[in-house]
Design a binder for this molecule. Structure first.
Ligand SMILES: *Cc1c(COP(=O)(O)O)cnc(C)c1O
Length: 383
């Protein structure tokens, strides 16, 4: 390796280790015996045999791969069917499939914005929203988390003639709290901005029918740009943008992360269709998830654990410093429990936390083990 490159890589690795921020990537064996409280499989669908069967059947019928991008010859009838189902679920005229949520956010912001289009972002927005504005060359203005007054102040200061866009997570991925959709929509209307909500963690969980924190409750007049992901509660992979005919056609024409990539494998689309059928047919899964959340919060509060204000499956334990988070996560790992150990730059410095996620698939024994493990950490591990 060239000397300059090896020096650069070594310096960056050393700085990251010195801050206690080095990340290790666990490799999971198929029979991984740890109980999972770190994933986003909120409805327990990722391992559902019906999704696996639909995926296999989709691959047998249409091929393992889509063969090309959507605009060339990769857009198959099963993608089209899935787009119709997603538009219907979210109450929008149209939906457009993307390969990942990261690409949906990049593509949407890049296609809509340029350096004259300020993007107003909640400070805790997902990295892909920030990166999308960068790809567009658009300036990001960050408003305080869930602070509508701060947003209104920033909007009022922006020049009036250029279009402007407000982007927010629907459910904040590291905090579990939700955006005030109605308040955001009102502020956007007042200041003539378009609102984009990334409902990655709300879709399948929140809303009357699992249609998310936006869904049918807040139509395209309130939220013209809705992003949902399919690899979390829906247990498969991919993402979509839902909105007007004009918006979707614009993305098809101009969103480079849509145009220049191979369409998702048809079996994946088939698995998502199976997941949507289960979402509609088995509302008890969502009821069970909310029962799990209520039990966890009740008993964790009794133990005096530093919970966040969250009513969603994302239940952070706010510990603060990196070393404590790593010690708690290590102790839980020894007890057979996997939780997320979240540090900067994913969250602001000094706000490190365990990210615990609950699922309809967790039985009472799993919750018992988690609460016992956390209680042991509280008693033994804190300095
Ligand atoms: C996970 C996530 C994404 C990215 O979705 P992928 O399909 O995993 O690429 C985007 N936004 C938010 C808020 C997320 O939590």
């Amino acid at each position: 390796m060239d000397e300059r490159w090896s020096r650069r890589l070594a310096a960056r690795a050393e700085a990251r280790r010195a801050e206690g921020l080095w990340r290790n990537r666990p490799t999971l064996a198929p029979d991984a015996s740890l109980r999972d409280f770190a994933g986003n499989d909120y409805l327990g669908l990722a391992a559902d045999p019906r999704l696996a069967e639909a995926q296999a059947e989709g691959a047998r019928r249409f091929g393992a791969g889509a063969r090309a991008s959507h605009l060339v010859c990769g857009h198959l009838a099963i993608h089209e069917t899935l787009e119709h189902r997603l538009a219907e679920l979210t109450g929008r005229p149209r939906a457009l499939l993307f390969s990942t949520g990261y690409m949906a956010n990049l593509g949407t912001l890049q296609a809509l914005c340029d350096r004259h289009t300020p993007v107003f972002q909640d400070r805790l927005n997902h990295a892909s929203l920030l990166d999308g504005a960068r790809l567009a060359g658009a300036p990001s203005r960050r408003f305080h988390h869930r602070d509508l007054d701060d947003l209104a102040r920033l909007l009022a200061r922006a020049p009036g003639d250029a279009p402007r866009l407000v982007a927010s997570d629907g459910v904040f991925s590291m905090d579990g709290d939700t955006a005030d959709i109605e308040g955001l929509a009102g502020t956007c209307r007042h200041h003539g901005a378009w609102l984009m909500i990334d409902d990655a963690h709300g879709l399948g969980v929140l809303g009357e029918r699992g249609d998310g924190c936006v869904g049918r409750a807040h139509g395209p007049g309130d939220v013209p740009i809705l992003v949902g992901t399919l690899g979390k509660a829906l247990g498969s992979a991919g993402a979509f943008v839902a909105g007007s005919e004009t918006l979707i056609e614009h993305l098809i024409q101009f969103a480079r992360p849509y145009v220049y990539t191979t369409a998702q494998p048809p079996g994946v689309a088939a698995a998502t269709l199976a997941a949507l059928d289960i979402l509609a047919a088995e509302p008890e899964r969502r009821a069970r998830l909310f029962d799990r959340i209520a039990r966890f919060r009740r008993e964790a509060a009794t133990l005096g654990l530093p919970l966040a204000e969250s009513t969603t499956p994302i239940q952070p334990i706010l510990l603060g410093d990196n070393a404590t988070v790593m010690r708690w996560a290590g102790r839980l790992h020894e007890a057979g429990l996997r939780v997320g150990a979240i540090r900067a730059p994913t969250v602001p410095r000094g706000e490190a936390r365990l990210r615990i996620t609950l699922s309809a698939a967790h039985d009472d024994e799993a919750l018992d083990a988690l609460l016992e493990g956390l209680d042991a950490c509280r008693r033994e591990v804190t300095p």
